[in-house]
Write a protein that binds this ligand. Sequence first.
Ligand code: ATR
Length: 294
Amino acid sequence: MSDAPMTTLSNLPSSRPTVLRAGVIGWPIAHSRSPLIHGHWLSTLQIAGSYDRIAVPPSDIQRFLIDLPTSGLVGCNVTVPHKEAAFAAADRLDDVALAIGAVNTLWLEDGQRLATNTDGPGFLANLDETVPTWSDRPGAALVLGAGGAARAVVWALRERGFTVRVANRTRERAADLADRFGPDVTAHSLNVAGDLAAESAIIVNTTTLGMTGSEPLPLDMDRLAPGTIASDIVYTPLITPFLAGARARGLPIVDGLGMLLHQAVVGFAHWYGVTPKVTPDLRRLVLTDLGEAT
Ligand code: ATR
């Protein structure tokens, strides 16, 4: 028996437990759909594991991250407002996390906290599934918004060779984001989004505009060129006014739920050792939970 003091968040031993425990940390955390997604995979793949919502207030985040290797968890997802704290605390960051500057997935290897950001890869996987040819001939992309989600989307679009215009209500925030990615990413005010949209091959909304209870995105859909892809990371409602307008014009649309589902794949694989699939059943399950099932 060791005399080492218990510094854990739980009473479970620090060795790899029989039931693999993971979860999502955030503040607030009650709205997170991640337990539904991972719970579905755990049960359909018959894995002895659990995945919980873990409420971590900002005052406790440093302690949580320090204690993670001895907590009994095999890792966790990280959501608002802790993605930058997780970035700063990780022992090893992969290239995606470094490029995006934020972490949404942590896992343990030999007691070290390894970290990545799966939002960008999740965005790519969703587009690849929904519009498989979307990046065959990369051109200009327009990203609306300049928050954390925009950073992941800009990374993803640069990965596929697009030049990216970032338009944001607060232009300085767009400029800060553009500076991170070099000369192929430029910053603009939201006022000129209509002009930029008219010459874009893909438009991605990362603002909260169009979300249930918010105003719609002020964009004149009539100016968009045929074939322009309209993508929204908002998924409540599933079909935002922006996507509805694009669909009415006959343009390909990509909703935000796919990104949420696909970003979960990598974390699950690290924690539980199996790469799960995003299936129509899973999509239906989450849609029903969101009250969006048809
Ligand atoms: P996240 O990290 O999830 O992307 P965020 O950092 O809160 O979230 O970013 C929200 C985005 O929506 C920002 O680009 C914000 O614009 P500002 O940087 O000017 O705040 C944008 N946004 C929110 N409400 C908006 C509104 N009413 N009109 C235009 N843009 C809005």
